[in-house]
Design a protein around this ligand. Sequence first.
Ligand code: HEM
Ligand SMILES: *[C@@H]1O[C@H](CO)[C@@H](O)[C@H](O)[C@H]1NC(C)=O
Ligand SMILES: *[C@@H]1O[C@H](CO)[C@@H](O)[C@H](O)[C@H]1NC(C)=O
Ligand SMILES: *[C@@H]1O[C@H](CO)[C@@H](O)[C@H](O)[C@H]1NC(C)=O
Ligand SMILES: *[C@@H]1O[C@H](CO)[C@@H](O)[C@H](O)[C@H]1NC(C)=O
Ligand SMILES: *[C@@H]1O[C@H](CO)[C@@H](O)[C@H](O)[C@H]1NC(C)=O
Ligand SMILES: *[C@@H]1O[C@H](CO)[C@@H](O)[C@H](O)[C@H]1NC(C)=O
Ligand SMILES: *[C@@H]1O[C@H](CO)[C@@H](O)[C@H](O)[C@H]1NC(C)=O
Length: 325
Amino acid sequence: MVLPSISLLLLLSTCLIMCTYFNFTRAQGGLSLNFYDSSCPKLESIVRKQLKKEFKNDIGQAAGLLRLHFHDCFVQGCDASVLLDGSASGPSERSAPPNLSLRAEAFRIIDDLRRRVHNKCGRVVSCADIIALSARDSVFLSGGPDYAVPLGRRDGLNFATTNSTLANLPAPSSNTTALLTSLATKNFTTTDVVALSDPIMDKTLATNLKTTCPTANSNNTVVLDIRSPNSFDNKYYVDLMNRQGLFTSDQDLYTDSRTRGIVTSFAVNQTLFFEKFVSAMIKMSQLSVLTGREGEIRANCSVVNSDNVLLSSVVGEEQGTSSAF
Ligand code: HEM
Ligand SMILES: *[C@@H]1O[C@H](CO)[C@@H](O)[C@H](O)[C@H]1NC(C)=O
Ligand SMILES: *[C@@H]1O[C@H](CO)[C@@H](O)[C@H](O)[C@H]1NC(C)=O
Ligand SMILES: *[C@@H]1O[C@H](CO)[C@@H](O)[C@H](O)[C@H]1NC(C)=O
Ligand SMILES: *[C@@H]1O[C@H](CO)[C@@H](O)[C@H](O)[C@H]1NC(C)=O
Ligand SMILES: *[C@@H]1O[C@H](CO)[C@@H](O)[C@H](O)[C@H]1NC(C)=O
Ligand SMILES: *[C@@H]1O[C@H](CO)[C@@H](O)[C@H](O)[C@H]1NC(C)=O
Ligand SMILES: *[C@@H]1O[C@H](CO)[C@@H](O)[C@H](O)[C@H]1NC(C)=O
């Protein structure tokens, strides 16, 4: 009686170790699909439920959250450094010129989700993971594909300089060569580049932008609510084929022979676009992530813990979470 149950136990624990190992290695960079399964099982439902509420109020926030993830990951990796306030060491990433189009509401929504999640589970989930999940839910809740996000990112302890922010975010004036070159440094393929190119932008948006962009004799700013309630689909690629791309970085994708075929294939086949988009997003979401004992789990997404007055009495920061180890 005793022996069989011991070997059963051994078998079970071997399996557990192996399963954990395989789950752990399926994603790159030390992330895993089941990272919070024991430490915060409600994480994904808390985020999705709350974002449904936010988007019911204003679907435009989905675009803001998706773009926030892009700006976070491209500059110094997906470490939530884009959320940090500036400090004595210099102005924040957020105050670099490309910040003008990041929505203030996106920052509020992320820290609100962080508060809800930490209230439920304690300080175990990083702001960087909350951004990655919010980007995924933004895509899904606006009509795009759903996909599993590898988790376990840690929050960065510092933010990038303005120069580095500018160097890592391609300008809308970039032609395809510049885009491909810039994104190749982050290991993105030509297909990834096309799939990641402003999929949310639609014709109404482009037309509206053209009439509201600042000119010499007006003070117009690109107001954020001109966007039609966006749905996540492949219409952008149809627009490019009809030469209705807004920026050089968009329209040149259809002009350039290296990317034209990919644009066409996405325009005629949304399933293909979704498939390639998901693959590129998962790649983006794992750029230079901090894991294990690197970085920290911020108690407030806009300040590092050492500058957080509410935490100042805590002696010895927690190191790592045990759930994936
Ligand atoms: C490849 C190079 C890219 C360039 C040059 C670029 C450029 C831009 C520009 C200039 C805007 C308009 C900002 C404004 O004035 O409102 C914009 C908006 C946007 N971009 Fe990109 N982008 C790029 C890649 C991406 C990626 C990878 C994503 C996400 C996967 C993304 C998501 C978005 C979204 C969702 C918006 C709308 C934001 C909002 O409505 O708040 N972009 N992009
Ligand atoms: C955006 O950056 C500019 C400088 O480029 C700065 O003056 C402005 O305060 C920043 N805005 C926000 C919301 O951080
Ligand atoms: C930032 O870039 C500009 C232009 O390339 C350069 O003149 C400046 O010295 C750089 N600043 C820093 C702090 O590296
Ligand atoms: C693309 O832009 C770069 C500058 O960013 C320029 O040197 C190059 O000539 C451009 N290529 C084409 C084909 O227009
Ligand atoms: C790109 O891939 C190479 C080789 O696999 C790797 O050494 C490098 O760190 C990767 N770069 C990024 C930004 O992920
Ligand atoms: C733009 O704003 C400035 C400062 O508020 C104001 O003096 C100017 O008259 C405005 N110009 C237009 C065309 O509205
Ligand atoms: C569209 O793309 C999907 C996914 O790659 C593929 O399975 C399907 O056959 C394609 N449909 C057509 C009509 O080519
Ligand atoms: C987070 O930190 C910012 C900046 O110090 C502060 O304004 C904000 O009130 C803090 N949020 C919470 C929930 O403590």
